[in-house]
Design a protein around this ligand. Structure first.
Ligand SMILES: Nc1ncnc2c1ncn2[C@@H]1O[C@H](COP(=O)(O)OP(=O)(O)OP(=O)(O)O)[C@@H](O)[C@H]1O
Length: 606
């Protein structure tokens, strides 16, 4: 997602039209807001007119009774205006909040559908900023921006019209400083545009930094990196502060300038107004009404700038949200197959894989398919071919970075392969419906992710077809029922964020139950390397055996017991298959596997 694409235009009709679509369900709110805006603008000159009338007709003529009546009328008008403003604010706020609620749901849905590659290159903090603060700015378009700007402009027109109607000479004199005001406003607005973009940029950076560092706080503490990280944070925080101060600085210059211009207008009014009263051309009431009119035209102009900025920020926010929504980085789901029964035969047929966007770039440039010996491409898997028959267990072994995790990631189409084909029951995996495919293959990763929710919900992941009984049954099978029962509240025990209140082994067992209740045909397992106590280790080993039973399993194996039991072992090295066979066969080869075995298991005395 490129930030450079953000244009930051205040009025972008295309953007507004697109936002307008989200208004559709709330049409009545919108129509009423506009009607109330028109009423507010229409009745705005009433109060000064009434003051003028009261002063000239009653106060200056010592008519107390008339004065009392007029006071009551003005009081009533004030109440009416207040009531209308109240409903107006209520409506526009509800409108804004309703629109962003819908947009937020759409954005969240969209983000969760994006393929993993997108997240490899997009900081999570940036996405959080998008779905929280950028969206808030869109709500302000409705509650403080667009409709209010229309209202203010209408009020300006009505008031200036009434002023001209009352006394055009005085109006022209009073409006002499207006061009100054327009110039000042224009400069201010231009300056604010870049200041606000800066503010948004640093808010996003701050969020990204905080998100990553709070998630990784244990690493910071383990390595005693507090000071260094604090320095980095201070730098970002300082930029954030400066951006805000810069935008506030413009305000602090702008407001006094406007006050001075307003004072000039008032000075001109007093000078020319008094002269006109003395000449008997106008009544004193007109001058008093004009003082009120000046306030009523200069105040909205001053606030207009603020509202334009709100609109501007909202537009930037909308543009950013739409950039996320327009991100088309989804795994294509062209497959339609959803067979009732799956056997679970897996074939990798000359599979080449890279994390680079090599294929996509080639396609865009209309270049032929990748040349396999092109050394500019960092191939993670090179010409990998193997088969796993239904019900068999395949163990993947190899040094770190050999391509084991990549092999399991491409099986569920978390990443797309560049060349070759992966087949399930003889059919290319791309021909299956992607959700069907992912339901067929359960993946249990080393790094167990648990949500802040109950144990039960962490197991079922809100799949209504999974009953509590099925959960308990699965928990019993993996031998985890007892420990869950011992937790306060049992299956309703609230897991804290990321499962921090459970031990690594317990979290691992919960992830096994999660896989088992979904009863997948194929199991993909990245065996945990974290050390657990002997009792849990035995439980986990037994659980893994249960999980693999009657299923095709592909395991990134770290335990010798798992490897020994596997029907087939593949030794990967730098993305290439070096050896295939079972434990005994590979030991006899006296090659890679033997060396790995001696290094990892034998010498460790396992
Ligand atoms: N998301 C990614 N984006 C780009 N490159 C990646 C990504 N994930 C892994 N790689 C690269 O792909 C290669 C293979 O990584 P992979 O994670 O498959 O190895 P592995 O055998 O599972 O290693 P380990 O045992 O350490 O988990 C490595 O060189 C790694 O740097």
């Amino acid at each position: 997602m490129s930030e450079a694409k953000i244009t930051g235009r205040t009025y972008d009709t295309q953007l507004l039209r697109r936002l307008g679509k989200y208004l559709r369900p709330y049409r009545t709110y919108f129509v009423w807001s506009v009607i109330l805006t028109l009423i507010v603008a229409g009745i705005s000159p009433l109060l000064p007119m009434l003051v003028e009338y009261t002063l000239d007709q009653f106060i200056l003529k010592n008519n107390y009774q008339g004065l009392n009546i007029m006071t009551l009328i003005m009081f009533g008008l004030l109440i009416f205006q207040t009531a209308i403003r109240y409903y107006h604010t209520l409506l526009t706020n509800s409108l804004g909040q309703s629109v962003i609620r819908d947009l937020r749901i759409e954005t969240f849905n969209h983000i969760t559908d994006l393929r993993l590659k997108y997240f490899d290159k997009t900081p999570i903090g940036r996405l959080i900023t998008r779905t929280i603060s950028d969206l808030e700015t869109i709500a302000d378009i409705f509650s403080e921006g667009l409709i209010q700007i229309i209202g203010d402009i209408l009020q300006l027109i009505v008031i200036i019209g009434v002023m001209f109607y009352t006394d055009w000479e005085l109006t022209l004199i009073v409006l002499i400083p207006m061009p100054l005001m327009v110039i000042a406003t224009h400069f201010f607005q231009e300056a604010m545009k870049s200041a606000f973009q800066d503010v948004r940029h640093w808010v996003s950076n701050l969020n990204t930094f905080l998100q990553e560092h709070i998630s990784g706080v244990s690493i910071i503490q383990f390595f005693a990196r507090e000071k260094q990280e604090m320095d980095k944070f201070k730098a970002i925080n300082a930029e954030h502060r400066n951006a805000h101060i810069r935008s506030n600085w413009y305000f602090s210059i702008f407001f006094p300038v406007i006050e001075i211009i307003m004072a000039i207008a008032l000075g001109l009014l007093v000078w020319y107004g008094s002269k006109s009263i003395l000449a008997g051309r106008i009544s004193p009431g007109v001058v008093v009404a004009f003082i009120m009119y000046i306030n009523m035209i200069f105040r909205p102009i001053r606030e207009l700038v603020d509202k334009f900025n709100t609109l501007q920020m909202g537009m930037v926010g909308a543009e950013r949200i739409f950039t996320v929504l327009d991100t088309d980085e989804k795994t294509p789901n062209d497959g339609i197959l959803k067979p009732e029964k799956i056997k679970g035969d897996i074939t990798f047929d000359h599979v080449w894989f890279t994390y680079d966007d090599y294929i996509e770039t080639n396609k865009k440039l209309n270049l032929p398919d990748p040349i396999v010996d092109d050394h500019s491409v960092k191939w993670v898997l090179k010409d990998v071919s193997f088969t796993v028959k239904a019900g068999e267990t395949l163990a993947l072994v190899g040094a770190t970075g050999a391509g084991k995790s990549s092999t399991i990631n491409i099986l569920s189409r978390f990443y797309e392969i560049s060349k070759g084909s992966i087949r399930l029951d003889g059919v290319d995996i791309r021909s299956y419906d992607i959700n069907y495919l992912r339901k067929t293959i359960a993946t249990v990763l080393q790094d167990v992710f648990l949500f802040s929710d109950t144990v039960a919900n962490n197991i079922s992941l809100y799949d209504p077809s999974i009953t509590r009984e099925a959960m308990i049954e699965a928990a019993k099978r993996v031998g985890a029922h007892e420990f869950i029962e011992r937790l306060p509240g049992g299956y309703d025990y609230q897991v804290r964020e990321r499962g921090s209140t459970l031990s690594a082994g317990q979290a691992q067992l919960i992830s096994f139950i999660r896989a088992l209740v979904h009863d997948p045909k194929i199991l993909v397992l990245d065996e945990a390397t974290s050390s657990v106590d002997t009792e849990t280790e035995l439980l986990i080993q037994a659980a893994i055996d249960k999980l693999m039973k009657n299923r095709t399993s592909i395991v990134i194996a770290h335990r010798l017991s798992t490897i020994q039991k596997a029907d087939k072992i593949i030794v990967l090295d730098h993305g290439e298959i070096k050896e295939i066979g079972n434990h005994q066969e590979l030991l006899h080869l006296n090659g890679y596997y033997k060396r790995l075995y001696d290094l990892q298991f034998h010498s460790a005395g396992i």
